[in-house]
Design a protein around this ligand. Structure first.
Ligand SMILES: *Cc1c(COP(=O)(O)O)cnc(C)c1O
Length: 449
């Protein structure tokens, strides 16, 4: 007689009538025995299918489409730990090439003196850049409570401030503005300001903050008060857009005051999820005390990171994209995304009840809009209508002091085609119709007793 476990090894049990498939899956306690891998795979895959469809997820900045070669490289790297730089020297070398390619793309004045690293995303990169600012401030002053001045930043900067005990001086939005403006700086900076963060691609509206003007105002503040305040650029999204489609826009190390830049490889860098980058203008801007040298993996390797073990595949995939696409390939992809976003902006404007806050020109490939005063419906309700059709388009209020303005934002990424965006526009029209018009068209349900 065959034991159950022997049987599982010898025959493929039916997925849905086998011992795992015919009951609900264990959720709180590890099962006693093993199960057939094909069955487990199929059942988990079925569950994952209940997640939103990533090609209809217009809320995320992150990569949702990758070439088959990227999948293969990720598979090839599944056993590699990027922290083991001595065991996997070529992976470490590839990470270093990516840092130098990015430093060059962002116009680092001296490639060889540039220092930077990969991270799990822009959030970790923001922590590292923020820590470097805090340490440099401490060396200069060492007293008082440090503060960081910024506009409507992504939540990672709020986390940085709380986790590392820095006061976040988030400057409220002026009426009509979507980001930090130079004339607001002077009232918020002081001798304990560790830095100012400017955003290339504001999360809420997708336009750019005026980096060069902010830097010029900090120059003026230094001339008047002697305060030399460094600028960090959160280019989570814009860092992979501007260099390709607006090469003349000065937002990066061409501006001497820019000390460091972060970007998300897994957003418009087109790498799969799990990679970000932070680069300093020159090595002296990253305090030595933050660099740890570990020798127990063999060799002595300097590291600056919040994590230790981390997958290597995303970093390798980033390098693949640099080689595969080159400057021309990235430019073509980002340009098409921008054109598609501008096309959607035109459609939305013509629908009537919307006012554009960002029309896809000059910033990220995205559209941001609010409703007109007499629209007669809310964007929260429109989001729900779009959900019925599978679209994920978020609605949310702008940050202080513009919380009364509720907006919707659509992101166009590599893999979101013009046709998909046309179908979305059609469903936005449909959604608006459901909310304001044609009550006769609503299904009439009657109950007979
Ligand atoms: C997405 C984003 C972040 C956080 O990046 P992750 O890569 O998701 O950690 C930070 N800042 C801005 C402006 C962003 O758009």
């Amino acid at each position: 007689m065959l034991h159950a476990t022997d049987r599982a090894e010898n025959e493929f049990e039916d997925i849905y009538s086998g011992h795992l498939g015919r009951r609900s899956l264990p959720k709180l306690v590890i099962p006693d025995g093993p199960s057939d891998p094909r069955t487990v795979y199929a059942l988990i895959r079925d569950e994952l299918a209940l997640d939103g469809n990533s090609s209809q997820n217009l809320a995320t900045f992150c990569t949702t489409w990758t070439e088959p070669e990227v999948h293969r490289l990720m598979d090839d790297c599944v056993s590699k730990n990027m922290i083991d730089k001595d065991e996997y020297p070529q992976t470490a070398e590839i990470e270093s090439r990516c840092v130098h390619i990015l430093a060059n793309l962002w116009h680092s004045p001296s490639g060889a003196r540039t220092i930077g690293c990969s991270t799990t995303g822009s959030s970790e990169a923001a922590m590292l850049a923020g820590l470097a600012l805090k340490w440099r401030w401490r060396k200069r002053h060492g007293t008082g409570r440090p503060n960081l001045v910024c506009g409507p930043v992504q939540v990672c900067w709020e986390k940085f401030a709380r986790y590392f005990d820095v006061e976040l001086r988030q400057v409220p939005l002026r009426p009509g503005a979507t980001g930090l403006r130079p004339e607001q700086l002077r009232a918020h900076v002081d001798e304990n300001t560790i830095g100012v963060v400017a955003i290339l691609g504001v999360t809420f509206t997708c336009d750019y903050e005026p980096v060069a003007e902010l830097a010029a105002e900090l120059d003026a503040i230094q001339a008047d008060t002697g305060l030399d305040i460094p600028l960090h650029i959160d280019a989570a999204s814009g860092g992979f857009i501007a260099p390709f489609v607006q090469p003349d826009l000065e937002w990066d190390f061409r501006i001497p005051r820019v000390a460091s830049i972060n970007s998300s490889g897994h957003k418009y860098g087109l790498a799969p999820l799990g990679v970000g980058w932070v680069v300093w203008r020159s090595a002296d801007l990253l305090p030595e005390e933050l660099i740890f040298r570990v020798d127990y993996l063999g060799g002595e390797m300097p590291t600056f990171a919040l994590n230790f073990s981390r997958p290597a595949g995303e970093i390798v995939a980033q390098y693949y994209n640099f080689l595969r696409l080159g400057r021309e390939g990235y430019t073509a992809i980002q340009r098409v995304c921008l054109d598609t976003a501008a096309h959607l902006a035109g459609q939305i404007e013509r629908m009537g009840p919307f006012t554009l806050l960002y029309d896809g020109e000059g910033g990220l490939p995205a559209v941001c809009y609010t409703t007109t005063d007499d629209a007669g419906f809310s964007l929260y309700d429109l989001s729900l209508q779009l959900r019925i059709k599978g679209w994920q388009v978020p609605a949310y209020p702008l940050p202080p002091d513009r919380q009364e303005t509720v907006v919707q934002r659509v992101l166009v990424r590599h893999g979101i085609s013009r046709d998909v965006i046309s179908l979305l526009a059609q469903d936005i029209r449909w959604g608006v119709e459901q909310l304001i018009g044609a009550p006769a068209k609503r299904p009439h349900v009657s109950f007979h007793h």
